[in-house]
Design a binder for this molecule. Sequence first.
Ligand code: ZN
Ligand code: ZN
Length: 341
Amino acid sequence: MPSLRSRIALALIKKKLPEIVAADPLAELGDGLHIAIVGSGSPLPDAKRGNPCTLVIAGDKVIVVDAGEGASETINRMGIDAGLIDCLLLTHFHSDHIGGLGSVNLQRWVAEGSDSPMRVLGPPGVEKVIAGYNEAYELDRGYRVEHHKPDVDPAIGAMVAVEFPVPAAGESDVVLEEDGLVVTAFEVDHSPVGPVVGFRFDYKGRSAVISADTVYSENLVRASKNTDLLVHDALSEELLMMVSQAQTDAGNKARGKILADVLDYHATAPQAADAAQKAGAKALAITHIVPPLPLKGLEDVFLADAPDRFDGPLWLASDGDLYSLPPAGGLKRSNLIGRGR
Ligand SMILES: [Zn+2]
Ligand SMILES: [Zn+2]
């Protein structure tokens, strides 16, 4: 005989389940450009932040930008049905940006309404990554087709890579133009790693820029001219060096060195603020937060003097944060976590 607590839990979930499964938070968003942070962390294990992933919603078009580990789980917690995903854009091929691709594709494949393979757009290298994923998941696709036929379509289980050339220095290239949304790519500076591109999204007079992983970049500043929202990566040199030193002192020499190397290719929060200020961006959201900030008080240490360097509002992004840019103007912030199924 199940306990009273179990019986109550079962009754509750029975009552709530139809409502949860049928929920459609996108319908409540209304028209406009919406940027949702799925993962605001980095490859460093972080209890509060997932690996990098952002959703761009323009009208009823849903685009995923990068898919770190855990991306599909958080998308689900945000209440967004993977079947709505139109395509995926990759900024570069560091593991923290691609580790969740297989799961995002699987969830989209088996969702109601998917009738085409997921396109994955990216700079040179995307074909290799997607071919590798498709091969690694080949047996899995076979199992599922055999087991669930005819309810899974074998023709759409594998992803399709769409490579675009790296834009020339100082230039932005349109890489996607559909349903009123224009996506342009521009190169950023994550050296020694490359190519790496950032993306700008323009829809119904509103715009947002996703920096990808970069140090302060003039290319990014040019591409972000007067944008409504700049989403920029950042690290804290002070906190990262503290973690690096602690690892070295504990005898983890290699880890200490790798952590110190991370300083080479990410901006700090004050540099992200400088980029936003110079671009004339209206608002700045800082993501890809390195290192983790387990105590609330560390957020000010992380930001340092960034808030003084940028005239607009500046936020440290959290997983699930949504920035809405309706065609009529303004910016509304909310958080989608907890509304999911
Ligand atoms: Zn990277
Ligand atoms: Zn990264």
